[in-house]
Each structure stands twice: as C-alpha cells, then as structure tokens.
Design a binder for this molecule. Structure first.
Ligand SMILES: NC(=O)c1ccc[n+]([C@@H]2O[C@H](COP(=O)([O-])OP(=O)(O)OC[C@H]3O[C@@H](n4cnc5c(N)ncnc54)[C@H](O)[C@@H]3O)[C@@H](O)[C@H]2O)c1
Length: 475
C-alpha cells in the first residue's frame, strides 16, 4: 500500500505491525481506568454474561473506527468476549486517549492504530491498517463512526471502477490513501464485509446518501437511530462532556455569560441544558421551525447568530452542518470569545478559513486550545481546531451513557453476523432490542418498573412484555 509521510514511530512502508500507539508504557494506567469503567457500563457487562457463553460473534473479524477511549476499550473487549477478533482505529484525529489505546494494544490479539493529535494522513493511514488483517484478508464486519470506513471503502470502489470519487464526501488525505498496487483491493475488501453498524447522526446521513445513490456496498445498521443511543448519548452525554471540555480547555466561569448553541437537535438540547445548568444565559440558533419552537418552549431565546455574535462569550456548534460559524462571524466576536464544536462535521466552524485568512494569526495556548488573533488585536479562543471539543479537550462521554450506546453496537454486530440483516440499505435495531438496552441499565440506577396488567396491555394494544411503543413514537 502507499503510505504518506507519517510521524517517526509509524513503521516504514508496507510494515504490518500488531499495533501503533503513542506510548505503550501507559498500559497499566489505562487498564486500571478500563476496570473502573466496567462497573459504570452495566449494559456491556450484562451482554458479556448473557451472550458470552454462546459466542455469537465467533468467526467475526471486526474492524472498528471509533474514538479510542476507555469506554471504547470496554466495547472492544465485550466484542472479544462474544468471540470476535478486533482491529481498531479512532474516528477523530484528536479523540484518542493514549492510555486506553496502550492498554488495548498490550493485550495479545488486539490491534490498535491510534494516538492523540494525528495529521489527516496519519488518521487515514491508521484506518487502512485496521482494515488490513495480518493474513492478508480484510474484515467481515465494520463498526463505524461518521461512516469513515464505509466512505473509505465506497470511495475506493469508485476509484477502481470509474476513477471518480465525487459521490463520497471525503477529505484530500483520504483520497491520497486510495491508491493500491492491487487494482481490485477495495472491491475485494468490501466484498468480504457482511455489514456495518454506525454510531452517529452524521454517519447515518452519509449512509443514507450512499444507499440512495445505489453505492452502499453492504447493509448497515444505524445504531444512532436506536432511542437508547441518540436520545441518551447525544443528549445526556453532551450535557456532561461539553462542560468538561470547556472547563479543561479554558476554566472560565460560565455563570452569567452569554452562550450561543447553534442547533437544537439531540446534541444541542444537551449542550443548552448544560450551559443553563451552569447559570449561563443561553441563546439558541435553529433552521428547523419545530426545533426552534421546542427551544423557545424550553425557555431559550432563539435568534440568528448574526444578532448575538458580537455579545456572545461562548459559541458552541451542534448542527453537523458546514460553515455555521464563519471567519466573518469570528471577526465580529468580542475579545477572547470561546468557540467550540460538538458536532461530527469538521467544517461547522471554518477552521481552514481562519488558517488561510491573512488577517489572522495563531497563538497556541496549550494542546487543542489556540487563540486566533485578528489584525485589529481582538482574538477568539478556538477549541480542538473546530473538531469535537468534548473528545479533543476532554475525555468524551462518561461510561454509563456510552454503555447504552455501545450495547446497541454489540447487538447490531450480533444481528449482522447472524445474518439477520441481509438486505441492502440502512436498518435500525428493533424496538424490543432498544427496550432491552434500557432494561440492562435500570438496576444500576435503582429504577423500579411498573408492570402492566394484561387488561392494561390490551387497553394500550401492546404486548405484555413490550415493545411498549409503536415504531413511530418519538420519545
Ligand atoms: N460531541 C459528541 O459526542 C456527539 C455525540 C452525538 C452526536 N454528535 C454529532 O453532533 C451533530 C448533531 O447531532 P444531533 O443528533 O443533535 O443531530 P440533529 O439532527 O438531532 O440536530 C442537529 C440540529 O441542527 C440544526 N441545524 C442544521 N443546520 C443549522 C444551522 N445552519 N444553524 C442552526 N441550526 C442548524 C438542525 O435543524 C437540527 O435540529 C452530528 O454531527 C452528530 O454526529 C456528536
């Protein structure tokens, strides 16, 4: 394969090492945190106990592309406990926890290619390493985030078949990773893949686009569309990890400040709630009248960014969209306004525009925190170069909420591996499995459920033991 210039610890062209992490000596610290996280991830631990003995993932070769954190390590080891072999890389260049990566890599049979602060070329190099199994074969299942692996494979196929990869939205570094001496490499790898499970909103959107264009190479399960993922991780996870990221990055007092949250979907709702909880005055921006009305009824002022940009102390994007905060917005902000992104798109905040604009100068403060000084002397404090700040500046979501998300991932992998999902396109897990994931987390919070009587179940028209809602119930 072709390898672009990489940092020194990456092996030379063609080498296929077991793992590439920043510092293997961090393994013991990482292992201790993984052990602590297990207690806070009751869903994953219950799946190990319930499904492990039957080894439903025996024969599965899973390539995963998802933030290599302590919580992800518990996911990886759950997949292994169910019989899978696993190779892993991170889904963001800034999200790896080096101690978690080291702990995973220290275990015989686990291959990890991840370190914090990767260049775009290093990032895609790691993804390719995770796809290349030591026996020369590829994965038979993908566990994806942002549809990174699926888009890479789709682009590779398009590159081999038509020479044009316009259909797949990928950055230039990914395109540089497509060349291979085997002219059928990408088709060969994709043909071995039974399916992919997808973690996040933006990835699910990419999959729907590929499916609509008829170029999604295998069936996919959008884990994000499980209620116990998007209504929990996106909302309650961000409610926790946004503040964590802001505090670690800047430590400014949020109470009394004017904070703007762009987007009032699941992530935006969690972000706005968190900022309000700190006593900030929160303004929401939205394009969707339903979400705008929700924000208003929740007590937030809903305005355009242009209306508040000059007064805002903190601006957080949570849209998954492009160019939500432009260089002109940042030029109009007050001195040392904090700007950060919670969405999966790297272009919600125009970082490249800042880099290219002759009016701006970068003054690094510390890793993942930069002051961008404009020629008039005012500056903005940009977190994680406009990438996910909760992973770049903090450690992502806490274990408990990730246990719900990742229990869905495990069930999706089992469904794909068992052949229960064969038809092309993008699928969701059944409501019954969704309810099962919630159920696995109730005891830990000492929740006592009320049990329906048969009469009550008949009145509602639902089975006695669920599913308790129709598929179009919105929660
Ligand atoms: N940081 C994290 O840990 C984390 C966790 C889950 C999801 N995500 C990512 O966060 C993003 C949002 O996810 P979500 O589940 O909330 O999606 P969502 O679709 O529920 O919400 C996004 C909202 O943004 C609004 N929007 C779009 N363009 C806008 C614009 N120009 N200005 C203002 N509002 C606009 C939409 O109308 C929508 O209501 C996605 O990229 C997702 O992948 C991040």
């Amino acid at each position: 394969m072709t390898i672009s210039p990489l940092r020194e610890h990456v092996p030379p062209d063609g080498a296929r090492s077991a793992s590439e992490v920043a510092d293997p000596s961090l393994a013991a610290v990482g292992r201790r945190e993984i052990e602590l996280a297990e207690t806070e991830m009751p869903g994953l631990m219950a799946l190990r106990r319930q499904l492990g003995p039957a080894a439903p993932l025996a024969g599965a070769r899973i390539t995963g592309l998802l933030h290599t954190t302590v919580q992800t390590a518990v996911l990886v080891e759950t997949l292994q406990a169910l019989g899978a072999q696993v190779r892993w890389a991170s889904s963001s260049p800034v999200s790896t926890q080096d101690h978690a990566a080291a702990a995973l890599a220290a275990v015989e049979g686990t291959s990890v290619f991840a370190w914090k602060e990767q260049t775009p070329d290093e990032f895609w190099w790691c993804a390719r390493q995770a796809l290349a199994w030591p026996d020369g074969g590829g994965p038979n299942l993908l566990l994806d985030d942002g549809a990174g692996l699926t888009r890479l494979l789709s682009a590779g196929i398009a590159h081999e078949v038509t020479g044009s990869t316009d259909i797949v939205a990928l950055d230039e570094a990914a395109h540089r990773m497509l060349a291979d001496e085997d002219p059928q490499y990408w088709r060969r790898v994709a043909s071995g893949v039974r399916g992919a499970s997808e973690e996040t909103t933006t990835g699910a959107l990419h999959l729907q686009r590929l499916s609509a264009a008829g170029v999604l190479p295998f069936p996919a399960v959008s884990v994000n569309d499980s209620v116990t993922k998007s209504k929990f991780d996106n909302r309650y996870g961000c409610r926790h990890s946004l503040i964590d990221g802001l505090n670690r990055a800047t430590d400014v007092l949020l109470g009394g400040k004017l904070a703007v949250v762009c987007g009032y979907g699941d992530v935006g709702k969690g972000c706005a709630d968190a900022l309000r909880g700190q006593g900030a005055r929160v303004v929401v921006t939205e394009v969707d009248p339903i979400c705008a009305l929700q924000a208003a009824m929740d007590g937030y002022q809903v305005l355009t960014l242009e209306r508040v940009v000059a007064e805002a102390d903190v601006v957080i994007t949570a849209t998954g969209n492009d160019s939500v905060v432009t260089v002109e917005h940042m030029a109009a902000m007050k001195h040392r306004a904090i700007v950060g992104n919670m969405g999966h798109s790297e272009r919600e905040i125009d970082f490249n525009g800042l880099v290219e604009d002759p009016r701006t100068r970068r003054v690094p403060v510390k890793p993942q925190v930069d002051e961008w000084v404009f020629e008039d002397g005012h500056s903005v404090v940009l977190l994680s170069e406009g990438r996910l700040l909760n992973l770049g500046n903090a450690t992502g979501h806490p274990s408990f909420v990730m246990s719900a998300s990742f229990s869905n991932q495990v069930l999706a992998q089992v469904e794909l591996h068992s052949g229960a999902v064969q038809e092309g396109g993008v699928h969701t897990l059944s409501r019954l499995l969704d309810e099962k994931v919630a159920q696995l987390h109730l005891d830990a919070l000492r929740v006592e459920l009320t049990t329906l009587t048969q009469h009550q179940a008949d009145v509602l028209g639902v089975p006695l033991h669920g599913p308790f809602k129709s598929d179009n119930y919105r929660y």
